[in-house]
Design a protein around this ligand. Structure first.
Ligand code: BG6
Length: 496
C-alpha cells in the first residue's frame, strides 16, 4: 500500500428509507440530520432514499425541513451550508406526526411512505427513551411496517441496569433478529477510536510490550466542559457511571485490553471484547472506597463565565454523580498488576478525551534527571479534540554542558498529517447500519456484561452510602480522585 495514496472514501450505499423516531428531539436535530446531510453532500446517499422524521408534534414536511435547517445552523455554525445543496437534501426529508408508543396511532401515515419490501433497505432509528424500545418495536411489527431484513437502531443507554437491559433486549428481540439490531455507542464511530485497532495491531512495535510486564498502568479520561444543562432531568436518573462509563469508557477499555482478534469480522472482535468485560474484577462493598470516587460539580467558572452548580441547574438537591473515577482491574494474564484508571466528568476544565498508556520505569537509571524524577515512556492517544498520537520519550537536551534530560513527544497530529475532514461518528455509524456492518455496534451480551459490572458499582455505592464529593465547576474533579492514584504512587497525566 502506498502510504501517500488517498484512501477510497464514501463508497455509495444502496437507496434506503430511514425512519427517525424522536425526530424533533435533540439527538435527531443536533446529530442525525446533520450527519445525513453531510453524507448526502459527499454523494454517498442515493436520490431515491427517504428520511422520514416521526414524533408526536404536529408539523408539516416543510415545517420539519425548516426546523432541521435552523438546528443545523445553530449546532454547526462553522459548517457553511449551500442553499441549493440543502434544498436538494431536504427533498428527501419527510415528517409524520405519530405517537410511536401507541399501537392505535396513525401508522398508515408512516407506512404510506414505503415502497415494496425488497426494493429498499428499511431502517428504524429509535431516538427515544429506552423504556419505549420494546413497545415501539412491537408497534412497528403490528403496523406491518417491517420487512424481512429491516434494521433497528437503538441509542444508548440500553436500560438503566442489567435487569432493564435484559427486558429491552428480550422485547426488541421478539421482533428483530440480533443481526438486525444496531446498538449505538457513538464512541465506536469516532476516527481515533477506530484507529486504536490499527495502531495496536498494524504496527509491530506495540504488541510485544502491550501487557503488564512492560506497562505500569493505563488511564482513560473523558472530560467534558459542558454541564448537564437542558438534559439534567434525564441525567439525574443516570449519572456519569451509567451515562458514560457503562458504555463509552468500557468500550475504550475493551479495545485497549482485548486480545488480538483473528480478523475484523463483527463477532470476532465482539468475542474478544466480551472476554475483557468478563475479566473485570467486581467492585463490591469491601473495595468500593479504594477503587471509586464520585463527584458532583458545585458552582465555579467555565469558559470564563460563572457556572452554576449541578443542583442549581437541576432545580433541587441531588446525590447523582457528575464525575466518576474508577480503578478497574482486568484479571487475566495480560493485565495482572496493570490497572486501568477511568475518569469522566462534566464541567471539567476542558473538553479532552485521551488514553494514556504508561510504561514501566527503566530498570536502572544511568542518568539522574535534574528534577529528581525520571519520566516514564508514555503513549498518549488523543481522541478529541486535536486527534493524534504522542509517544513521550526522554531525550538528551541538545548542546554542551553534560547530560541534561528532556521529556519530549514524538507527535502525530492528525490535522497536520492528513488534510481530511473527519466524518462525525454518527455519519460513519448511520452508513454502517445501511450497509449492515455490525462491527461498530454492541452485541446483546456485551451490553449485558457491561451492566453486570456497573450494577456491582451502583450496589456498592448504595450500601456504602459513598458520598459524591463536590468539585468546583471548571476543575478536574474532586481531590479524592487524585488521592486514589496517589495511594498507588501514581498520578493523572494529561498529555496536552
Ligand atoms: C453521550 C452522553 O453519550 O456522550 C452525554 O449521554 C455526553 O452526556 C456525550 O455529553 C459525549 O459525547 P462526545 O462525542 O461529545 O464526547
Amino acid at each position: 500500500m502506498n502510504a501517500d495514496a488517498p484512501s477510497a472514501q464514501f463508497v455509495p450505499v444502496n437507496a434506503f428509507d430511514l425512519v427517525v423516531f424522536g425526530a424533533a428531539g435533540d439527538l435527531s436535530l443536533r446529530k442525525l440530520i446533520p450527519a445525513l446531510f453531510h453524507r448526502w453532500r459527499d454523494g454517498q446517499i442515493p436520490e431515491a432514499s427517504k428520511i422520514i422524521g416521526v414524533s408526536r408534534s404536529g408539523m408539516s414536511n416543510d415545517e420539519f425541513r425548516a426546523l432541521a435547517l435552523e438546528s443545523f445552523r445553530k449546532f454547526h455554525p462553522k459548517d457553511g451550508i449551500d442553499d441549493a445543496e440543502w434544498t436538494a437534501f431536504a427533498e428527501r426529508l419527510f415528517y409524520v406526526e405519530l405517537d410511536a408508543a401507541d399501537a392505535d396511532a396513525d401508522w398508515p401515515a408512516l407506512t404510506a411512505h414505503f415502497v415494496d419490501c425488497g426494493e429498499k433497505q428499511r431502517v428504524f432509528y429509535l431516538a427515544l427513551p429506552p423504556g419505549l424500545y420494546g413497545q415501539v418495536s412491537a408497534n412497528i411489527a403490528a403496523a406491518g411496517a417491517k420487512c424481512d431484513g429491516s434494521r433497528i437502531v437503538l441509542e444508548k443507554p440500553i436500560g438503566n441496569d442489567l435487569a432493564s437491559a435484559r427486558d429491552i433486549n428480550e422485547a426488541v428481540g421478539k421482533v428483530f433478529d440480533e443481526d438486525a439490531i444496531f446498538r449505538i455507542d457513538h464512541y465506536l464511530g469516532k476516527e481515533t477510536v477506530q484507529n486504536l485497532i490499527v495502531l495496536r495491531f498494524m504496527n509491530s512495535l506495540f504488541e510485544p510490550v502491550w501487557n503488564a510486564n512492560a506497562i505500569d498502568h493505563i488511564q482513560i479520561s473523558v472530560a467534558e466542559s459542558i454541564g448537564a444543562g437542558g438534559r439534567a432531568s434525564y441525567y439525574d436518573g443516570a449519572g456519569a457511571l451509567r451515562d458514560m462509563v457503562q458504555n463509552h469508557l468500557l468500550q475504550l477499555l475493551c479495545l485497549v485490553a482485548m486480545e488480538p482478534p483473528l480478523d475484523l469480522e463483527p463477532d470476532t472482535v465482539r468475542d474478544e471484547k466480551i472476554k475483557v468485560l468478563r475479566a473485570l474484577r467486581p467492585v463490591d462493598l469491601a473495595n468500593v472506597r479504594q477503587t471509586t470516587v464520585r463527584g458532583q460539580y458545585a458552582a465555579g467558572a467555565s469558559g470564563g463565565e460563572v457556572a452554576p452548580s449541578y443542583s442549581e441547574e437541576l432545580g433541587r438537591p441531588s446525590r447523582t454523580e457528575t464525575f466518576v473515577a474508577i480503578k478497574a482491574n482486568v484479571d487475566n494474564w495480560r493485565w495482572k498488576g496493570a490497572p486501568f484508571y477511568l475518569r469522566t466528568g462534566k464541567r471539567m476544565s476542558a473538553r479532552t478525551s485521551e488514553i494514556v498508556i504508561q510504561f514501566k520505569d527503566v530498570a536502572h537509571a544511568l542518568i539522574r534527571s535534574d528534577g529528581g524524577k525520571l519520566e516514564p515512556t508514555r503513549l498518549v492517544i488523543r481522541l478529541q479534540p486535536d486527534e493524534g498520537v504522542k509517544l513521550l520519550l526522554v531525550t538528551k537536551d541538545p548542546g554542551p554542558g553534560g547530560m541534561r534530560l528532556r521529556y519530549v513527544p514524538l507527535n502525530l497530529s492528525f490535522a497536520e498529517a492528513f488534510e481530511a475532514r473527519y466524518p462525525d461518528a454518527y455519519e460513519r455509524l448511520l452508513m454502517a447500519v445501511v450497509r449492515g456492518d455490525l462491527a461498530l455496534f454492541m452485541r446483546r451480551d456485551e451490553v449485558e456484561a457491561a451492566w453486570r459490572w456497573v450494577d456491582g458499582v451502583i450496589d456498592a455505592w448504595a450500601r456504602d452510602e459513598t458520598p459524591a464529593y463536590q468539585y468546583a465547576a471548571g476543575t478536574d474533579g474532586p481531590a479524592q480522585s487524585a488521592m486514589m492514584l496517589d495511594r498507588d504512587g501514581r498520578e493523572w497525566f494529561s498529555g496536552v
